[in-house]
Design a protein around this ligand. Structure first.
Ligand code: CO
Length: 144
């Protein structure tokens, strides 16, 4: 496994508008993208940029709010009513190579690679195989 850039940290929130206020007014975020729905994943997401480091864009915060009654995020919010840190996401050059590498190390890949919030293929690795951290692996967008 070749560790790539930390693309984003996923943060669950009961209210994306309230979280936008927090990131803007408390944390000083100046670039906050428009929220959008990911119905296949049962979530609404909103990306908050941190400053860019050189030509590469900065690590983002991915705000995640449940979408619909069947959203998998409801369980997280019932245990953590304020929301909180949900997953970390690292980039890799080739998603299928990374999937094979994790499986060869007996790490549980959750489902098949699918299109994620940035429009490239992603998969998640089980937190129990990753030191307690739900880990998203994402193919680097081609325009990076
Ligand atoms: Co994510």
């Amino acid at each position: 496994m070749k560790l790539g850039r930390l693309n984003h940290i996923g943060v669950v929130t009961p209210s994306i508008p309230d979280s936008i206020t927090h990131w803007r007014d408390v944390m000083g975020a100046t670039k906050i993208h428009d929220p959008f729905d990911l119905p296949a994943q049962g979530v609404k997401v909103c990306f908050v940029d941190t400053p860019a480091d050189g030509p590469t864009s900065g690590t983002q915060i991915e705000l995640i709010e449940p979408l619909g009654a069947d959203s998998p995020i409801h369980g997280f919010l019932s245990k953590n009513p304020l929301g909180g840190q949900h997953h970390i996401c690292f980039e890799v050059p080739d998603i299928h190579v990374a999937e094979a590498e994790f499986e060869a190390m007996n790490k549980r890949v959750l489902g098949e690679p699918r299109i994620g919030a940035h429009g490239t293929l992603i998969f998640f690795v089980h937190p129990k195989d990753m030191g307690g951290m739900l880990t998203e692996i994402m193919e680097t967008p081609k325009d990076h």
